[in-house]
Design a binder for this molecule. Structure first.
Ligand code: FMN
Length: 167
């Protein structure tokens, strides 16, 4: 299975990155840090086609069969840069149909990284429903966190290990 983890934190070296690094090692996955890309918000006139979305999305769907979206919890939902990326998948449905044809039958999973062990109600619904809409297989999700000592707790680590068994 070729796995890509799309890291959607505004902090390339923050808590989400710590979780992503650990999982990428365990899963032998590649990581794409969205802060390294210029991905503009969705535009009904598609005047944003000179940004990095098109080349990035084609590359992702050409090279990987499994995409894990890893986002911090920002105001009870995914980060803005992650939402921009997911919104832009719409380009593949409305404008760049060659891209949209690559979505079907790919696998999706999601990771939340919050400030504590407390899960966020409904956090994963947009990922689950988007996967269904895009005819992708949704493999599962996990809420994670980094404890006050800036490390992954043994409780979180056990859950993350269970998450890796999905792939
Ligand atoms: C803009 C912003 C909004 C946040 N909103 C929430 C929230 O709604 N619930 C929560 O538990 N933590 C919230 N947090 C805390 C982050 O989820 C938490 O610190 C996370 O581990 C940060 O990951 P990062 O270092 O990758 O950004 C918020 C943090 C920021 C910066």
């Amino acid at each position: 299975m070729s796995i890509l983890i799309v890291q959607g934190s505004s902090n390339p070296n923050g808590n989400t990155a710590t979780i992503v690094k650990m999982l990428a090692d365990k899963l032998n996955a590649e990581v794409l840090d969205l802060t390294t890309k210029n991905i503009l918000p969705f535009d009904y006139q598609f005047k944003n086609q000179e940004d990095d979305f098109n080349s990035t999305a084609h590359d992702i769907f050409d090279r990987f069969d499994t995409i894990i979206f890893a986002s911090p919890v920002y105001w009870y939902t995914m980060s803005g840069i992650m939402k921009n990326f997911i919104d832009r998948l719409t380009d593949g449905l409305l404008y760049d149909k060659a891209l949209g044809q690559k979505y079907e039958n790919k696998n999706m999973a999601a990771i939340a990284c919050g400030s504590s062990q407390m899960t966020i109600e409904g956090y994963f619904i947009p990922f689950q429903k988007s996967a269904t809409y895009l005819k992708m297989n949704y493999l599962g999700d996990i809420h994670s966190w980094i404890d006050e000592a800036n490390v992954i707790s043994s409780v979180a680590e056990k859950r993350l290990h269970a998450f890796t068994q999905l792939f």
